[in-house]
Write a protein that binds this ligand. Structure first.
Ligand code: NAD
Length: 475
């Protein structure tokens, strides 16, 4: 198990007094102590990234592309080991962890293909007086901060396009789940990523760490995935040096079921949208709007599916819902559930925290939820499905859009015209139409409104890590 930080191709311990204790959320027991850096280590990592950047950017795209392909290969070859680490430190069921590794690795294969297709343009200006040439050099040194809910994929979704475009990076892995990131760093080095191109510095003091990185002269960009609350703080700080930013922030996804939907498919999709990765995803369905004639049957079927889930350690092959990340997460979920119940909702199944050891919450379906209850406005990040019924489509869409978030929405209907019409009216960067999962390295992932800035994946993803230079030319 790698527990040191990576700076300039060397694994080091950093200051002795600083260690991060990583807990197994299924038991609450400590599993490892990881080296933690402060501002000095963040700055040293930025120095290393700055020194490595020119040569990496000058390597032929094909050279970078083939290293990215090898990164895909090596991550897949170590899928079992990485999935074990993910389940150990995050807690998600191991099948979800295996899925995460494949998703994480696929960003390298997709971006290996994109790396050799970063094209500029050439055209004649409308006035005929010059040629307009555009090209896309890398941004330079990029700082990346990622959350704990996908310990591998949230890092590779940034790393692969950034490296493909010719950038070098300094990553702050999540404090709760840094072990997977460190092992991924080791494997990338084995696949041929040169020293200094990827630096990994966990920390116990993210504010001072981030200040040092932002103030480093070589740093030109910050790519962040995490909560909207923290994203706002980082954006303000990035303004001091006018840094380019990509922000992948929180969600509050509506999941809409029309009465004509195939209810079996809708419940299957709801379980995927709500419960994958133990319900700790930014894309998790947060509010269910079900058209009145289908409401009772949908609630009954969803409650049956949720009520039959097995909760426990992600290593138990029968478990479909693992632990929450920490006790604070359980407390927050329970605050939202009890608030909804006090406001008139009823727990059709579940409704309580499960006593320790470990940090567990019962898969819960809430019926009769007040559409204005906090549980419909805040990100639950846990296995709880609040259901609201609707009769008027316009009013439902207004309610679905009545949030600062705009990451994703889901629509189930057999009427494709209505499905597309409602999808277009949902203010979200992504919509699942008769689908409970949308994530794909070949598709642009990202949010509207306060769910984020920029996109990860697809062709857009690699251009986020590029500048646009225009050359006005005469010959
Ligand atoms: P978080 O915002 O608390 O933390 C995210 C990262 O930021 C962590 O590494 C944390 O240590 C770091 N951080 C916190 N304060 C900081 C500071 N002052 N300076 C620098 N770094 C700081 O989020 P979390 O609890 O780790 O993850 C859950 C959140 O992430 C949810 O809101 C979820 O929706 C969001 N998320 C979004 C996406 C997306 O693609 N849009 C994907 C996954 C998770």
């Amino acid at each position: 198990m790698q527990t040191q930080m990576l700076i300039d191709g060397r694994w080091t311990d950093g200051p002795d007094s600083e260690r991060i204790e990583v807990l197994d959320p299924a038991t609450g027991d400590g599993i490892a102590e990881v080296a933690a850096g402060g501002p000095a280590e963040a700055a040293a990592a930025c120095d290393a990234a700055a020194a490595a950047q020119p040569a990496w950017a000058e390597a032929a795209p094909r050279v970078r592309s083939e290293i990215l392909r090898d990164c895909h290969r090596i991550l897949m070859e170590h899928s079992d080991e990485l999935a074990d680490l993910i389940t150990l430190e995050h807690g998600k069921p191991r099948a979800d962890a295996v899925g995460e590794v494949a998703y994480a690795a696929e960003f390298f294969r997709w971006n290996a293909e994109e790396t050799v297709r970063i094209h500029g343009t050439i055209g004649t200006a409308p006035g005929g007086d010059k040629r307009i040439i555009t090209r896309h050099p890398p941004v330079g040194v990029v700082v990346m901060i990622t959350p704990w809910n996908f310990p591998a994929a949230m890092i590779t979704r940034k790393l692969a396009p950034a490296l493909g475009a010719g950038n070098t990076v300094v990553v702050k892995p999540p404090r709760e789940a840094p072990l997977t990131a460190l092992r991924v760093g080791e494997l990338l080095a084995e696949a041929g990523v040169p020293p200094g191109v990827v630096n990994l510095v966990p920390t116990t003091a993210s504010g001072p760490w981030f200040d040092a990185a932002v103030d480093h002269r070589a740093v030109r960009m910050v790519s962040f995935t995490g909560s909207t609350e923290v994203g706002r703080v980082l954006l303000r700080r990035c303004a001091d040096r006018v840094l380019k930013t990509v922000m992948e922030l929180g969600g509050n996804a509506p999941f809409v079921v029309f009465a004509d939907a195939d209810l079996e498919a809708a419940v299957t999709g709801a379980m995927v949208a709500k419960m994958r990765h133990s319900a700790e995803t930014c894309t998790a369905a947060n509010r269910f709007f079900v058209e009145e004639p289908a409401h009772d049957e949908f609630v009954e079927r969803l409650a049956a599916a949720m009520g039959s889930m097995k909760v426990g350690s992600g290593f138990d092959p029968d478990v479909t819902c693992g632990p929450m990340i920490n006790p604070a997460a359980v407390t927050n979920i329970d605050r939202l559930v009890q608030g909804a119940i006090n406001g008139g909702a009823s727990a059709v199944t579940g409704g309580s925290a499960i006593g320790g050891p470990g940090f567990f919450y019962e898969p819960t379906v809430l019926g009769g939820v007040d559409p204005a209850a906090p549980i419909t406005r805040e990100e639950i990040f846990g296995p709880v499905a609040p259901v609201v019924s609707f009769t008027d489509t316009d009013a439902m869409i207004a309610a679905a859009n009545d949030t600062e978030m705009g990451l994703i929405g889901y629509v189930y209907t057999e009427d494709l015209a209505r499905g597309l019409n409602v999808s277009e009216r949902i203010e979200a960067g992504m919509v699942g139409l008769n689908r409970g999962a949308v994530s794909d390295p070949a598709a642009p992932f990202g949010g509207m409104k306060q769910s984020g800035l920029g996109r990860e994946g697809a062709s857009e993803g690699i251009y986020e890590f590029c500048e646009t230079q225009y050359i006005a030319a005469d010959w």
